[in-house]
Ligand binder design. Sequence first.
Ligand code: CAA
Ligand code: NAD
Length: 321
Amino acid sequence: MNVSSSVLKMSFINLTKSCTRGLATSVARMATIKNVTIIGGGQMGAGIAQVAAQTGHRVVVVDQSDEILLKSVAGIQKSLARVVKKKFADDPSGGESFLKTTMAQISTATDAESAVKEADLVVEAIVENIKIKQNLFEKLDKAAPQNTIFASNTSSLAISEIAQTSQRKDRFGGLHFFNPVPVMKLVEVVRIDETSDDTFNSLVAFGQAVGKTTVSCKDTPGFIVNRLLVPYLMEAVRLMDRGDASARDIDVGMKLGAGHPMGPFELLDYVGLDVTKFIMDGWHKDFPDNPLFNPSPSIDKLVAEGKLGVKTGEGFYNYKK
Ligand code: CAA
Ligand code: NAD
């Protein structure tokens, strides 16, 4: 072997060693996401808690009262029962033990600050309101260990704005799950300018560890899916408001004519009309000249009447019967 080829070989060995070391370090970093604190135990928070617990993470769910948390945990148990029924159809005792083990991974708390003390990752899934999210992260920033990564499940708010009140912007990102979380296979991982590569990789690794496919996106309004989905939903409401077609016919049209699993009005009720109103109001404020983001008087009226969709028993449709 001549000198130059031996130098090349040595460089290759060193490169391989350093790549392996690099890989080992980043894998070690990713592996540290074991303890996850979910703030908000509603539709989304409960779903995220379920998939995280199901995949062996220790989970603390935080919400405003024990009453809400009881409901949240009961919802997780019910949803897990569906998973068990499907996955353990021929193995009832395996199913029983999966249910027990998963539920044992989950604890609850009403004090967010103490609930993040051991968190590797905090996923926020509270009300879609910038001020409330910023206040929460300002408090958590002081309470959580230095290495804890913060993520928001926001549908429509800018992650960079939510991160404003925290001093750990390099350890901040978006983790956008879809409803129903146990069923939907996607997570959007959103990075802001300051998000470090380690944080981004850890968020991607977490998304994959809970069984999802991840896609990444810049911090742009609605990320990928909602930027396309929400204007479509609003256009369906405008079609109905103009009297061009009924909600029922539009829903049947999109299910049978476009192969969607739910029609737009069914989906609006499923997501929650309050959530959609928060999204539209925010976007309209930020982009008043974009007609795609005009709010809907029909949705505003239903929300004012407390008809938020499936979760309150009535929205565009009545679920009480
Ligand atoms: N937990 C566990 N499993 C569940 C579940 C839950 N909460 N909900 C449904 N499932 C399972 C069922 O057990 C069933 O499994 P099998 O087929 O293996 O038996 C399967 O999912 C289908 O459920 P159902 O038969 O009860 O009902 P369905 O066929 O009508 O499907 C649905 C329900 C999965 C919700 C389907 O209608 C669907 O995919 N709808 C569209 C949902 C969607 O678009 N979500 C995105 C909303 S936008 C968003 O989330 C972003 C945002 O920021 C607003
Ligand atoms: P939800 O109303 O079902 O649940 C929100 C929960 O947060 C409630 O239980 C509420 O008590 C709790 N909460 C509110 N403020 C809190 C605080 N300061 N501390 C602790 N808990 C608090 O709402 P959701 O549909 O689960 O949405 C949560 C977030 O996820 C929102 O940002 C929403 O935009 C986003 N999101 C919603 C959907 C959807 O389809 N509903 C999908 C993806 C993302």
